[in-house]
Design a protein around this ligand. Structure first.
Ligand code: ARG
Length: 655
């Protein structure tokens, strides 16, 4: 009897998924997560969240641009996302005279909303597991079947796009149907001093006071369907829009987040992870130099600041993430823990005679492939981080795609000089680029760069581009990775079989996911505990007019001093800026809605915390937190700073 009870207890433990870890697939919610979500406070059913026949929450969530998430928050197609997600678009719409990035902007009517060429938002219609139809096919048959599936799906879903996406290292495939809207207009954003308050210093950090939001609107044709920009388009009427709760949060409250996490490495071996960290350290070195060149020029000249704002932010975000990742790997023993897991897995595989042959070598095959190609790969990354896609090459070779307004010849020249020096320092001789007529060395490269940037030397630029292409073709194209890919597939298959019965989720791959958990503080290190929200008082604590990253607009400063928070104040009378949850997110989730137990919007997810920067590889329950901007902080800025009552009036608040 005891034994029996014990078995049952184990089964229950296995069947109830962890509350915090997991980027869950929507079609699996009912099977894997619905009960566990209810157990910690959720009042919605799986069908309220994902239903392919009726309106459900997933219809309010969009992939924003290529790499972020947004959500529809009004019946007129208003979309909120992060400021750092709208950043590139806002920068492109800005000029030194009308600098929306620096000064902020709120449209007071539809007529004032600004079209953003090239920006799109994508709705998920449905996703269907098609593994049965694809598994085991050889390459040719596989491709043919994929085409067939897509074709049939496109016929069944007018105005939609269909894709077949791979999950679990090519062990599972889903057919995914999207609807893409292409007339997207900029509605509003706070000034950078709020939307990016704290800059790179506060990025990836808690405590936090960044008002990281921006607003856009979807426009559609007269049938509410996707259309290219046209004056005649009208605001899109959504299937579903989110309601907003101003009630705020307390510790333990249930929260969930839906969105489009980009990439994680939770099905990778220790060898892959080690290699990743080494490569990222090289990237950090290169970017440190590049960013210093940019920053110095940006600090001197506001015009350069605007031109390079987006390039700088993009570079710096990865740069800081990888530094934190390296530290976290060491502190949290990630490699050793991964190796221990692999040892356990190997023991299990070896016991399974039937499996041994297929899976026994996976870990070893991956390791030797990495070992063999390490130097080539490092040189490839070195090239791409330094001289592989210089602005001047874009300018000469792809003038149509090149944006003169994001370019300053002198800054570019200085970047290239610095990067070329670094490149020559690090490159292995057999991978060195050889532009025609030059044998580049550390002695002559400055002369080379001077020559390269001589006005009108398009030919020299083209020669460099050609030399880079030759280098890539000669050294990197022919690496045969078939066995390696098969091994990564086997590795994931073995892991899944080993943990059979446990709910599982695949690595992030830019498909829509849900993560659920609770509002929760954490302790960053021994003897220190962090509170789980911040207030506007912290903005004044951090304020420093002499530091670009910590300036506070005068009007904001005054309203904080006066505690002029209106209905956006918490019960405690303070304005809460950001709060922590233990939801499991990564890059791509930026802009995702943080939802309460009833599916009402309470915040936007925008960052992870410094102490758990290894989170893409391993979830850390005690340390890993999701940093969210409180929706009340967002709306306070819209209403009180932006005076955009038109926007407030189109929102629906829950009582
Ligand atoms: N760390 C955030 C993320 O990866 C991006 C923040 C952008 N802000 C910045 N200061 N670069 O989602």
């Amino acid at each position: 009897m005891k034994k029996f009870l014990f078995t049952i207890a184990c089964m229950v433990a296995v069947l109830v998924a962890r509350a915090d870890e997991g980027m869950w697939l929507l079609p699996m919610l009912q099977k894997f997560n619905e009960d566990a979500m209810r157990n910690i406070g959720c009042r919605l059913s799986a069908e309220d969240i994902y239903n392919i026949n009726h309106a459900s929450l997933k219809d309010a969530i969009v992939q924003f641009g290529g790499g972020c998430t947004g959500e529809v928050i009004s019946q007129n197609g208003l979309v909120s996302t992060n400021h750092h997600c709208g950043y590139a678009s806002i920068q492109r719409l800005s000029t030194p005279e009308k600098n929306y990035l620096e000064d902020g902007f709120f449209a007071k009517s539809y007529a004032e909303e600004i079209p953003v060429p090239g920006l799109s938002v994508t709705f998920l219609k449905n996703m269907t597991d098609v593994t049965d139809q694809l598994a085991g096919l050889d390459e040719e048959a596989f491709d043919a079947k994929v085409d067939e599936l897509k074709k049939a799906s496109n016929e069944a879903n007018p105005n939609c796009e269909s894709w077949v996406m791979s999950f679990y290292n090519n062990n599972v495939w889903y057919l995914v149907v999207y609807k893409v809207y292409k007339d997207i207009r900029f509605v509003g954003a706070p000034p950078a001093s709020m939307g990016k308050f704290g800059g790179e210093t506060d990025n990836w950090m808690w405590p936090r006071h960044t008002c990281d939001f921006s607003l856009f609107r979807i426009y559609a044709d007269e049938n509410n369907e996707p259309a290219e920009y046209s004056e005649n388009n009208k605001p899109y009427t959504p299937v579903k829009s989110l309601k907003i709760s101003l009630k705020g949060v307390k510790e333990g409250d249930f929260t969930f987040i839906m969105g489009y996490p980009g990439r994680t490495q939770r099905f990778q071996t220790a060898a892959q992870l080690k290699n990743m960290v080494e490569i990222n350290n090289l990237r950090v070195e290169a970017r440190t130099i590049k960013q210093n060149v940019m920053w110095e020029a940006m600090e001197k000249d506001p015009v350069v600041r605007l031109k390079y704002a987006n390039k700088y932010a993009g570079s710096a975000n990865g740069w800081k993430k990888w530094q934190g990742e390296d530290l976290a790997f060491k502190k949290l023993n990630i490699i050793a823990r991964e190796e221990a897991k692999e040892a356990e897995l190997t023991k299990w595989i070896n016991k399974k005679k039937s499996r041994k042959e297929a899976w026994g070598n996976a870990i070893g095959t991956i390791e030797s492939f990495i070992e063999q190609n390490k130097v080539a790969y490092r040189n490839l990354i070195l090239m791409s981080e330094t001289i592989g896609n210089l602005d001047i090459m874009m300018k000469v070779a792809a003038p149509k795609r090149f944006r003169e307004q994001d370019y300053d010849r002198e800054v570019d020249y200085n970047i290239t000089k610095a990067m070329m020096g670094f490149y020559l320092d690090k490159v292995d001789p057999q991978y060195k680029v050889n532009p025609e007529g030059w044998d580049l060395t550390k002695e002559n490269y400055e002369e080379y760069v001077d020559w390269l940037y001589k006005e009108g030397n398009d030919e020299g630029v083209m020669q460099l581009l050609q030399a880079l292409q030759t280098l890539a073709n000669d050294n990197f194209k022919d690496i045969d990775s078939k066995d390696y890919e098969k091994a990564t597939q086997d590795f994931a298959a073995a892991l899944l079989k080993w943990k059979k019965g446990e709910p599982s989720y695949p690595d992030a791959n830019f498909s829509m996911r849900l993560t659920y958990g609770t509002v929760k503080p954490y302790s960053p290190k021994d003897g220190v505990s962090y509170w789980y929200w911040c207030t506007a008082n912290g903005i004044l604590e951090k304020e420093n007019p002499d530091d670009y990253e910590f300036r506070v607009p005068g009007k904001i400063h005054d309203m904080i001093v006066a505690k002029d928070y209106g209905r956006y104040a918490d019960k405690d009378g303070q304005l809460h800026t950001c709060f922590l949850t233990n939801n499991d997110i990564t890059g791509g989730n930026s802009g995702s809605p943080v939802l309460d137990a009833d599916g009402n919007l309470i915040g936007l997810a925008f960052d992870g915390n410094w102490e758990s920067m290894s989170s893409d590889v391993m979830f850390e329950p005690d340390l890993q937190r999701c940093i969210n901007v409180d929706i009340r902080f967002v709306l306070w800025v819209v209403e009180k700073w932006g005076e955009a009552h038109n926007i407030i009036n189109e929102l629906e608040f829950v009582k």
